[in-house]
Design a protein around this ligand. Structure first.
Ligand code: ADP
Length: 459
């Protein structure tokens, strides 16, 4: 079911329930009022008849019957009966009253004598019975009954009026519900259309952000932000593909021209040896580059099924330092603490040993590689929430406008092109740090050096 229909129906249902409840309440109150009023009239009638018969000097019963019948205020099917203490009829307002009397059984008379006043119904008749006591003539029971014909017909009219009003109210509510729900959901339908027209090639398209205040406008704003992120990642992907093909093409082109030159004419064994040596270097570069790309692809897929374990970050860094030192004896790596940890908890993190080693060896290797003195300083610090490792060098630095881009795959700063490398290490580092829910950032000054900082949360 569409949201519009759902909202309209819910709205109609609520209003319908309220209308029906109000109508039922009005009907009930009106019915009660009419009944009370009618029974009060019947009681007056009974008492007046008794007064006329007993208090006012003996009145002719026939005359009273005529008065009862002809009086303008007489009620529909009205009957007044009066009984003496022996339950004998002493007055009946109609001739054939034995039939009426038959209906007022002894039980009713008993009740009236006990309770002094009784209100009841008998088929369609309202019945009121009162005890009438006279000092001299004793106790009498007077029963007055009549049909509230007028009241009933008015109640019927009222119920019809209420039913029509409720039906009218419900139909109006349904129509208005549909109109208002449609109007409130209109921005969503138009957003739906706009979203439908977005493809991978027009991610630049933005949704209309309306008043930028309500929930729908905020949804549009969030969607636009998501489109921007998507576009950025598409751009990144595109530049990665073009950088990767460029990086692969250069050594391949070198290889090709070396072989072509070698084949142009007969060469001496020494010349062939040199050509093969240079082809080997290019092939080596290609292998390294492909390995780097493979490492990057693997780090993208590492999140799932990654085995994380609690580890001491300082120990991991000392091990990394040793490993690098063995490969590059000319590097000078100094590892130190900002503050000596009192307990091992301060330097514990949850992580993968091989992946974190990749991060720090990349950072330390870069620091030494891009510094003429081949020196790197590693400082380990911590706070109650996290551990941080800063890799500091006094090397060539990074141009300010490029510090953001160096984490992109295959991106290399302008001043680094004469150094060996493929621009893959830092993107691998960032991916691994992300997987560890940490952050990596850089502060650098061109010509003065750089500080790379990795922050990892404690266990
Ligand atoms: P690579 O070092 O193989 O080029 P990286 O991904 O490790 O690839 O680094 C990307 C780029 O970041 C480098 O090409 C270089 O421009 C810059 N960079 C990284 N570390 C440093 C550093 N310590 N000093 C100066 N530039 C650096």
């Amino acid at each position: 079911m569409k949201i519009r229909t759902k909202i309209a129906l819910q709205f109609t249902l609520i209003i319908a329930l309220i209308l029906v409840a109000f109508a039922a309440y009005f009907y009930y109150i009106d019915q009660q009022n009419r009944k009370d009023e009618f029974q009060a009239r019947l009681r007056d009638r009974a008492l007046t008849t008794a007064n006329l018969l007993i208090k006012v000097a003996p009145i002719n019963k026939k005359l009273l019957k005529i008065i009862d019948k002809e009086t303008l205020s007489s009620l529909y099917a009205e009957k007044v009966l009066m009984f003496n203490a022996e339950d004998k009829i002493v007055y009946a307002s109609y001739a054939a009253d034995s039939m009426v009397y038959y209906k007022y059984n002894a039980e009713l008379l008993k009740n009236i004598r006990q309770q002094k006043y009784v209100e009841t119904t008998n088929d369609s008749l309202e019945v009121v019975g009162v005890m009438y006591t006279d000092q001299e003539k004793g106790d009498f029971v007077v029963i007055a009954s009549a049909e509230d014909y007028l009241g009933k017909s008015q109640l019927q009219k009222l119920s019809k009026l209420l039913i029509y009003s409720v039906l009218f109210g419900i139909s109006i509510t349904t129509v208005l519900g549909f109109v208002f729900a449609g109007q409130s959901l209109k921005p969503i339908s138009s957003m739906n259309k706009e979203v439908g027209s977005i493809t991978a090639y027009n991610l630049r398209k933005q949704l209309n952000e309306g008043n930028r205040q309500d929930e729908i406008a905020q949804l549009a704003m969030n969607f636009n932000r998501m489109l921007q992120r998507l576009e950025q990642s598409f751009d990144l992907q595109r530049s990665f593909v073009s950088n990767a093909s460029h990086e692969l093409r250069t050594p391949l082109a070198g290889l090709k021209s070396e072989i072509q030159v070698a084949l142009e004419e007969e060469r001496s064994p020494e010349e062939y040896r040199r050509t093969l040596q240079s082809a080997l270097t290019d092939t080596q570069r290609l292998i390294e580059l492909t390995n780097g790309l493979l490492q990057l692809a693997q780090s993208e897929n590492k999140e799932r099924g990654l085995s994380m374990q609690p580890l001491r970050l300082d120990e991991l860094i000392f091990e990394t330092q040793e490993e690098i030192q063995t490969q590059h004896p000319d590097y000078q790596i100094l590892v130190d603490f900002d503050e000596i940890p009192d307990n091992e908890q301060s330097v514990m993190v949850l992580g993968s040993v091989p992946l974190l080693k990749t991060v720090f060896s990349n950072l330390i290797d870069n620091a030494c590689k891009y510094s003429p003195d081949k020196r790197a300083e590693v400082r380990i610090g911590f706070d109650p929430k996290s551990c941080f490792v800063r890799v500091i060098d006094a090397g060539i630095g990074i141009p300010q406008e490029e510090t953001k881009r160096i984490f992109e795959p295959l991106y290399r700063a302008k001043n680094a092109t004469t150094y060996r490398g493929y621009g893959i290490g830092l993107s691998v580092c960032r991916r691994i740090v992300d997987v560890h829910r940490g952050t990596i950032q850089v502060e650098s000054k061109l010509g003065s050096g750089s500080i790379f900082e990795v922050i990892l949360p404690h266990l």
